[in-house]
Design a protein around this ligand. Structure first.
Ligand code: FMN
Length: 169
């Protein structure tokens, strides 16, 4: 019998100091590169958000795979205070690709946070209801190839090195 499909969500705090290249956070780009190389082989999917120095990640896949990935990721020195926010079984995947979607902070997320009386993205303060809504939002959002909410030039010129990094160039 195959393992049940599960979804695990956690929050963590980045240990690295911000370093952007071409409007993209270098360490986050590396993490996505690793995820996109490894996850499809394990039929692992989900979404990653990095904002305000915090990570919010949702991992989806077969239970043993998700647990093993979480254990491995939790030991990564690039983040700390890893705290599980949710773990549940799924009838079907919310994130269709076996990879790792990246969603940058946008006005929809900011509006959702504001509706929950939060001024900044701090996943340790999220109530269960907000977590569910956020995952819904992330599932419907477009994948952001780069990360540059603070860079006004970002939309004008998507960094081609990022495309190359992800094997899309
Ligand atoms: C916030 C965060 C999220 C991560 N997500 C994933 C992931 O979804 N898949 C993955 O393979 N590695 C992920 N990693 C990286 C792993 O911790 C680990 O470095 C990587 O799996 C090692 O892969 P490699 O042996 O191919 O270099 C993540 C790391 C961090 C800090």
């Amino acid at each position: 019998m195959s393992e049940p499909l599960v979804q695990l969500t956690y929050a963590s705090q980045a240990t690295f100091t911000s370093h952007q290249q071409g409007g993209v956070e270098t360490e986050v780009a590396r993490i996505l590169l690793q995820s996109r190389r490894n996850n499809p082989k394990q039929k692992l999917g989900g979404v990653l958000h990095f904002g305000n120095g915090y990570f919010f990640q949702c991992l989806e896949g077969e239970r043993d795979t998700v647990n093993a990935a979480y254990e491995r990721i939790a030991k990564d020195p690039r983040h700390t205070r890893v705290q599980m926010l949710g773990f549940n079984t799924l009838q079907r995947r919310r994130f269709k690709d076996w990879s790792m979607k990246y969603v940058a902070l946008d006005s929809d997320i900011q509006a959702l946070l504001a509706a929950h009386k939060l001024k900044a993205f701090d996943p340790y303060l999220f109530e269960p209801e907000l977590i569910v809504k956020l995952i819904d939002l992330f599932a419907g959002a477009a994948d952001d190839e780069g990360y540059a909410p603070a860079n006004p030039d970002y939309n004008k010129a998507k960094p081609s090195w990022w495309a190359r990094l992800l094997g899309k160039g």
